[in-house]
Design a protein around this ligand. Structure first.
Ligand code: COA
Length: 168
């Protein structure tokens, strides 16, 4: 490995020791606000109403990555699929632009899958717009298999990919 790559890898490891991942099975007002702020910042859409309806479900899992000073850097949130309760739908997630490329999404993904297994889930599914290349690569890196590509109803300009992973 070239010395520049070794330095970058070491720097990444130092950053990751300063990131704290917390998981939540219920959402209070503060958490809903943090998740909405993150989604607004990362994906540009307000999800407050959706979070409110989700917080009324009993089977959600939200994870937030915090810097040592408590600043939220990234998140992941999803819920059990109503028609298949052992399957978890990972609905939304991302990392703030200044914190990307340091392994934070990977930490969130690992923590999510570990927690889902503890909770008894057998499978995780997720959908991703075809132009979100980084997220597509991240999903593939973590063993998601592309199941279907279809026209997005919410953004007619785009197709969406449906990914699935067995939690073994
Ligand atoms: C996708 C995203 C969460 C990745 O966050 P991150 O913390 O930078 O990711 P990591 O550093 O953990 O990278 C893990 C893997 O993701 C993939 N990846 C990350 N950034 C990438 C990029 N710019 N291009 C291609 N692949 C990328 C790579 O496979 C990478 O593994 P590698 O470092 O071994 O190459 C982040 O770019 C993001 O928030 N994007 C916008 C939000 C989004 O698209 N959300 C999904 C909506 S469906």
């Amino acid at each position: 490995m070239a010395s520049r790559q070794i330095i970058l890898k070491l720097a990444q490891q130092v950053v990751l020791t300063m990131v704290n991942i917390k998981s939540y099975l219920t959402l209070n007002t503060q958490l809903k606000n943090q998740l909405n702020e993150l989604n607004l910042n990362i994906l540009g859409s307000d999800i407050q109403d959706k979070l409110t309806s989700l917080s009324e479900k009993d089977s959600i899992l939200a994870l937030i990555a915090y810097a040592t000073d408590g600043t939220p850097l990234g998140f992941k949130i999803g819920f059990a699929e109503p028609e298949n309760p052992t399957s978890f739908y990972s609905w939304a997630g991302g990392v703030t632009s200044c914190a990307r490329g340091q392994g934070i999404a990977s930490l969130l993904m690992e923590a999510q899958h570990k927690k889902l297994k503890e909770l008894g889930f057998k499978q995780v599914t997720t959908k991703c717009r075809e132009d979100r290349k980084a997220m597509i690569e991240l999903n593939k890196k973590f063993g998601f298999v592309l199941k279907e590509t279809y026209q997005s109803q919410s953004s007619p300009k785009y197709k969406k990919h449906l990914f699935c992973k067995e939690l073994t």
